[in-house]
Design a protein. Structure first.
Length: 276
């Protein structure tokens, strides 16, 4: 499980990182906002966990099934949803690469290109910063799914695209791109399947007959923690009532399937010679 000492060290490191990031003035307003947004998510993710650890409580519910997934695995499934395109005013944005960073929050970075509509040869670089949210069990497939929330967008290299912006600024264009991306980035399917029922198949042939039944399982994500390069998902499982899915076996079926009894041997009749 998760070590509380690790949580404390991580919380201190994030606090120092946030202070250092806030002292830097040479990255511009956009970069500073990106740093602060990331630190706020990390702090929010750690605050509740540190509070539980301080009370001597487990970070994740003890009665839940805990699944951990690495950054590299999430990156693969993020990349599977890319490239992703969206229109932002007179610009076209194409996100082509993904990165997952699990340090207090399930952070996600998406990078790609931005170009004016009708001028695909003039390409700049864009980076969207966000996190996985609303992690839940899909009721149809039983897999874990998550949405991608976009917190901040940076326009890193514009390569002369400013002349296509009219009276707007880079910050205004970045906000427009973020609004267009928010709620439109495809969902991420986490490669974990949670069974939502236990099947007991019918057995209608043989010496033992079983009536088919099914026990439904109510499954839901109870809590999430990201740290040490891993995403920890606690899934609570509540068993339901056993439901019969087949008619009971007929009484004659078990008798017909039973092995016939062997008749006892009969005593041999004595011969005439033996009777003398």
């Amino acid at each position: 499980m998760i070590d509380t000492r690790f949580l404390t060290r991580l919380g201190i490191a994030l606090a120092i990182g946030a202070f250092a990031g806030g002292c830097k003035q040479d990255h511009g307003e956009g970069a500073l906002h990106a740093q602060l947004t990331a630190r706020e998510r990390e702090a929010e993710g750690l605050r509740a966990s540190l509070a539980r650890a301080g009370r001597g409580e487990p970070v994740l519910p003890e009665d839940a099934v805990v699944v951990s997934v690495s950054e590299s695995v999430i990156k693969q499934f993020l990349d599977a949803q890319l490239p992703f395109e969206v229109e932002a005013g007179s610009f076209k944005v194409t996100l082509a690469q993904a990165e997952a960073v699990f340090k207090g929050s399930p952070a996600v970075n998406l990078t790609g290109a931005i170009a004016p509509t009708g001028h695909p040869d003039l390409v700049g670089e864009v980076r969207a910063q966000g996190a996985l949210e609303d992690i839940k069990v899909d009721p149809e497939s039983g897999t874990l799914r998550a949405t991608v929330a976009i917190d901040h967008v940076d326009l890193i290299k514009m390569a002369g695209l400013e002349k296509f912006m009219g009276k707007g600024s880079l910050d205004e264009l970045a906000r427009t791109v973020r609004k267009q991306l928010q709620g439109h980035v495809p969902e991420v399917q986490i490669p974990v399947k949670i069974e939502q029922g236990i099947e007991l198949p019918s057995i209608t042939d043989g010496p033992v007959l079983i009536q088919g039944a099914r026990m439904p399982l109510e499954v839901a994500v109870a809590d999430v923690f990201a740290g040490g390069g891993l995403l920890w998902v606690a899934v609570k499982v509540v068993p339901g009532e056993l439901v019969k899915t087949a008619a009971p076996p007929a009484e004659g079926e078990s008798k017909a399937a039973a092995k016939p009894e062997t008749a006892p041997p009969t005593a041999a009749k004595p011969t005439k010679e033996g009777s003398k």
